[in-house]
Design a protein around this ligand. Structure first.
Ligand SMILES: Cc1cc2nc3c(=O)[nH]c(=O)nc-3n(C[C@H](O)[C@H](O)[C@H](O)COP(=O)(O)OP(=O)(O)OC[C@H]3O[C@@H](n4cnc5c(N)ncnc54)[C@H](O)[C@@H]3O)c2cc1C
Length: 479
């Protein structure tokens, strides 16, 4: 293994495979490493391909256009019309996102590895990656263990990190101003889900809808996060919740409970009057699993000398929905191409790699800081305030604008007709106005994303100050 590659891609998940394919298509000599066997390609943890499996059609279209990968059935397991978000009392329902799909993740994973190999990447399963090889604070390769437990080292001019949220490369980068080694627990959702066969006990689209992905906002059932019921083929369902640690602690203390994530998932299933006589779907041993997902903006830089990061390794999931499949696809497709360009240009400097920061920001990343602001605000509202807010504060159109990271024109003047009562409701509304203003400022800041590393420090300082103020103002307050 003392062979030299142009590019090592660590992790053959969604983002890693697409990065490897894009880099190989661009003519680079690429090694794609993963700890798992091909039969378990893309499996995140021992628990399986833990995911809600839902993705918007726009992301599927993006990779087709950007990198020429057309996904079809059975990877696209079921088509849905959109995502519906329900208020805690279930009286309000907002339709978000457009059409989308529930994916068969194990099948998707194999299609992606095959695509990377067909594009010219060398695929090496059974290789655990333990960390980066560093020379003068530049990443020049990775080390780890093969399936026999023997240590290996492999070098390259560039390393792309697609190892997911717990990346062993990112965590062992030298402490630096570009990429954080760890994500704050405040910005992480602990999640879990089942894939069930079940017997529907009647019909009620508030609880299960064959045509839509349902999200239940409910601070008692899923403090600091939400519960979901996503349809799958053959009458199966993907059902789960995400919770934020502090919100769960506050909720448990106020209700004098000791509920854990595992207990809350079972309570959520129990709460649903339609999902009855449940049997875990044993296909691919993927019917039950727990894992973490970040809900912050992506790291302020996605590159470091000799290093580029994609997907969950860079905290890319959407801060409101926790949807990370789309950003993983987008970042993988973009990163691979730019990495190949860097090899062709014989220039793997930070200045060259910065193009990836810029392009990702342009295509997807420029709205996520604003969405992070909204997520922090949302976590400060209890069920009553969310019910009230979804009735009085926002129209469906305004809420949809916000979910896309756009800024609706909600001003005090335009809301005279929204007659509000109750001091806590009025305060929550004032806080919404602050939130929307701060989202706008964040969006503007990201339209001025630094064009080179030289102007990064000043820009990042403003981002940090703005976000700090929001975190100080809004504390988790689920009950
Ligand atoms: C419960 C849950 C529900 C979710 N629901 C949705 C949803 O409905 N829609 C959505 O869009 N997103 C959802 N997400 C997020 C989505 O699943 C991720 O954003 C997406 O999988 C990220 O892809 P990735 O390729 O970046 O990383 P991953 O999918 O994590 O892939 C990482 C790859 O690296 C390999 N690897 C990891 N560590 C090592 C190592 N040390 N050595 C070698 N190989 C290693 C793994 O085997 C894997 O192949 C959910 C996440 C969770 C946890």
């Amino acid at each position: 293994m003392d062979q030299q590659y142009d590019i090592i891609v660590a992790g053959s998940g969604i983002s890693g495979c697409l990065a490897a394919a894009g880099a190989a298509m661009g003519g680079a000599k690429v090694l794609l490493l993963d700890r798992n066997d091909y039969s378990q390609a893309g499996k995140k943890t021992n628990w399986g391909w833990v995911c809600g499996d839902a993705v918007a059609k726009t992301h599927i279209d993006f990779i087709n256009k950007e990198i020429g990968l057309k996904l079809t059935e059975p990877v696209l397991d079921v088509a849905v019309e959109g995502v519906q978000v329900l208020s805690p009392d279930l009286t309000r329902k907002f339709q978000f996102e457009g059409a989308g799909f529930s994916l068969d993740r194990p099948k998707l994973a194999k299609v992606l590895v095959d695509f990377a190999v067909k594009s010219g990447a060398e695929y090496l399963p059974h290789h655990e990656v333990e960390g980066p090889i560093l020379e003068n604070e530049v990443v020049v390769g990775v080390y780890g263990r093969d399936e026999k437990g023997a240590q290996y080292k492999v070098k390259a001019r560039l390393v792309i990190d697609g190892l997911g949220v717990a990346s062993t490369i990112r965590r062992k980068l030298p402490h630096n101003k570009y990429i954080e080694n760890m994500v704050s627990t405040d910005d992480i959702e602990s999640t879990g889900r089942y894939i069930y066969n079940f017997d529907p006990a009647g019909e009620d689209v508030k609880y299960y809808d064959k045509k839509n992905a349902l999200i239940h906002l409910n601070q008692q059932l899923a403090p600091g996060g939400y519960g979901w019921v996503f349809p799958k083929s053959s009458g199966r369902v993907n059902i789960g919740i995400g919770v934020e640690k502090k919100s769960l602690e506050v909720r448990n203390a106020k209700l004098n409970k000791k509920d854990t994530l595992h207990m809350l998932i079972d309570q959520y299933v129990e709460w649903n009057p339609l999902i009855k006589n449940v049997r875990i779907d044993e296909t691919d041993a993927n019917g039950k699993g727990y894992w973490s997902v970040t809900v912050r903006r992506q790291f302020d830089s996605l590159v470091f000398p000799g290093y580029m990061g994609t997907g969950d390794s860079m905290a890319m999931p959407n801060p409101i929905s926790a949807g990370g499949i789309g950003p993983a696809m987008t970042s993988g497709a973009i990163a691979g191409k730019i990495a190949a360009d860097a090899i062709s240009a014989n220039d793997t400097s930070m200045e060259f790699l910065w193009k990836y920061n810029f392009r990702y920001n342009e295509v997807y990343g420029n709205k996520t800081a604003g969405l992070e602001v909204f997520r922090i605000y949302l976590q400060s509202l209890n069920n009553d305030l969310i019910n009230y807010g979804m009735t009085k504060f926002l129209t469906e159109e305004e809420a949809v604008e916000i979910s896309y990271g756009n800024i609706p024109k909600i001003t005090i003047a335009s809301t005279f007709n929204k007659v509000l009562s109750g001091i806590s409701n009025i305060n929550a509304f004032k806080n919404l106005l602050f939130t929307v203003k701060r989202m706008k400022e964040m969006n503007e800041l990201y339209t001025r994303y630094p064009s080179s590393p030289a102007s990064f420090d000043a820009w990042k300082k403003t981002v940090n100050e703005n976000m700090h103020e929001v975190k100080e103002k809004f504390k988790p307050n689920p009950i």
